[in-house]
Design a protein around this ligand. Structure first.
Ligand SMILES: CC(=O)N[C@H]1[C@@H](OP(=O)(O)OP(=O)(O)OC[C@H]2O[C@@H](n3ccc(=O)[nH]c3=O)[C@H](O)[C@@H]2O)O[C@H](CO)[C@@H](O)[C@@H]1O
Ligand SMILES: C=C(OP(=O)(O)O)C(=O)O
Length: 436
């Protein structure tokens, strides 16, 4: 097993670049199998575990997929299999995003039911409601969901009960090839949905309104491969912004886009952080003393749930009482117990956590309970007294490329090691530790 070991106390300075967005690239790669002609060439694809998984999923279906550096080429013009088995869906829920493209192109799709995970139950009822409204027959059984339609899907008016990112994407992809007009209401408005719509439109789709609550889609008969550059990852960028702020440092986060990060920027400014827009990113300057604030996670453009645990780390270092309310996922506080191991003063009250700061954080061995929790514990380790060891890095690797290496470039005392390596008596990593 690997661990990231971080010793607190270093200020971060310098420049770091955000990768392409995980949550944009996964639906885009899933959508690439809708093209019955031509190749798609995707640029700025991050080398993440989740990207390897979605590539495997579509490769398993017979698509030709190649990744060289940060460019992925997909040729899905041959006949595809229409099933995604459990081994992929278990690794990554976003595998369900192949349902819409397969159903639209072949009139059939079968994907393992994703089930719950560490952050909540995460049903897919809204995806299925959309497919049914377009004429598909959906059956759930033996751990699989299967959708089938005779002929083409039919355009429909669909109102989502909750603004779901995945449901908006899945149904939008299906509607792109449906017969006639589809109107989606109460859509999620995340920037990644806009990126997917832009990609589909370049493939020949006719989609307007992505990024607003109503999306109109005129179905077309076929889509063809195209070239697309993935937008920068606002959550990775936001995580580095917190890293700069928590250490009182001065970091330029290249690729951080103010329009995608407004809720985070405004909350960090309330805490006393200076954030300046520069030509190619955001410069973040941490204050001597951070002030407490409150956040409530909401669908975009509200505060993103994917930045909740990182903000908890920042609030632990702020003077006063902060309150975090999680409204998107019902079980996204697993990291609280891990922070407590670091001497954090946190109290869970229903869907809120009361953060008493500043906590004098102490290094400890802690486990990443999900990918953002992993990043948040490392952020806390940057300012904790002594060494923090973060385990369960498979979660972190789903969403961050070279996280420890990038922090080290900014000046953090951090390394990634194999567990079997030995440590010297004062718990410092010995020189023989292998860094990955
Ligand atoms: C790959 C990807 O893009 N993942 C993101 C996506 O996940 P994902 O697309 O899974 O999240 P959703 O937006 O669908 O979930 C939002 C809420 O809607 C509920 N819901 C969702 C679908 C459904 O059919 N029924 C239903 O009730 C969920 O349980 C949750 O409470 O958006 C989340 C919310 O911003 C982010 O945390 C994830 O990082
Ligand atoms: C919850 C997340 O991702 P996923 O939906 O892929 O699990 C995330 O990126 O924080």
């Amino acid at each position: 097993m690997e661990k990231i070991i971080v010793r607190g106390g270093r200020q971060l300075n310098g420049t770091v670049k955000a990768e392409g967005a995980k949550n944009a690239v996964l639906p885009v790669i899933a959508a690439s199998i809708i093209a019955s002609e031509g190749k798609s060439v995707l640029h700025e694809v991050p080398a993440l575990a989740d990207v390897y998984t979605i590539n495997e999923v579509i490769r398993h279906m017979n698509a030709d997929v190649n990744m060289v550096g940060n460019t992925v080429t997909v040729d899905a013009s041959s006949e595809l299999e229409t099933e995604a088995p459990i081994e992929y869906v278990r690794k990554m829920r976003a595998s369900v995003l192949v349902l819409g493209p397969l159903l639209a192109r072949y009139g059939h799709a079968k994907v393992a039911m994703p089930g719950g995970c560490a952050i909540g139950s995460r049903p897919i009822d809204q995806h299925l409601k959309g497919f049914e409204a377009m004429g598909a027959e959906v059956t759930v059984g033996n751990g699989y969901v299967e959708a089938e339609v005779k002929g083409r899907l039919k355009g429909a008016k669909i109102y989502f009960d909750v603004p779901s990112v995945g449901a908006t994407e899945n149904v939008m992809m299906a509607a792109a090839l449906a017969e006639g007009r589809t109107i989606l209401e109460n859509c999620a408005k995340e920037p990644e949905i806009v990126d997917l719509a832009n990609y589909l439109n370049k493939m020949g789709a006719n989609i307007v309104g992505a990024g607003t609550e109503t999306i109109r889609i005129e179905g077309v008969e076929k889509l063809v491969g195209t070239t697309h550059t993935i937008i920068p990852d606002r959550i990775e960028a936001g995580t580095f912004m917190v890293a700069a702020a928590i250490t009182g440092g001065n970091v330029l986060v290249q690729g951080a886009m103010h329009e995608h990060l407004r809720p985070l920027v405004s909350k960090m400014e309330e805490m006393g952080v200076i954030i300046q827009e520069e030509e190619n990113g955001l410069r973040v300057i941490g204050p001597d003393i951070l002030q407490a604030t409150d956040i409530k996670t909401m669908p975009h453009p509200g505060f993103p749930t994917d930045m909740q645990s990182q903000m908890m780390a920042l609030m632990l270092n702020a003077a006063g009482t902060s309150v975090i309310t999680e409204t998107v996922f019902e079980n996204r506080f697993m990291h609280v117990e891990e922070f407590r191991r670091m001497n954090a003063n946190l109290k869970i009250e229903g869907r809120s956590v009361i953060v008493e700061g500043p906590s004098s954080l102490q290094g400890a061995e802690v486990a990443a309970t999900d990918l953002r929790a992993g990043a948040a514990l490392i952020l806390a380790g940057l300012v904790a007294d002594g060494y923090t060891r973060v385990t369960e890095l498979k979660h972190l690797d789903r969403g961050y490329v070279d996280f420890a290496e990038k922090l080290a470039t900014l000046g953090a005392d951090i390394e990634r090691v194999r567990e079997e390596e030995v440590y010297s008596e004062d718990h410092e990593p010995s020189e023989s530790v292998s860094t990955l």
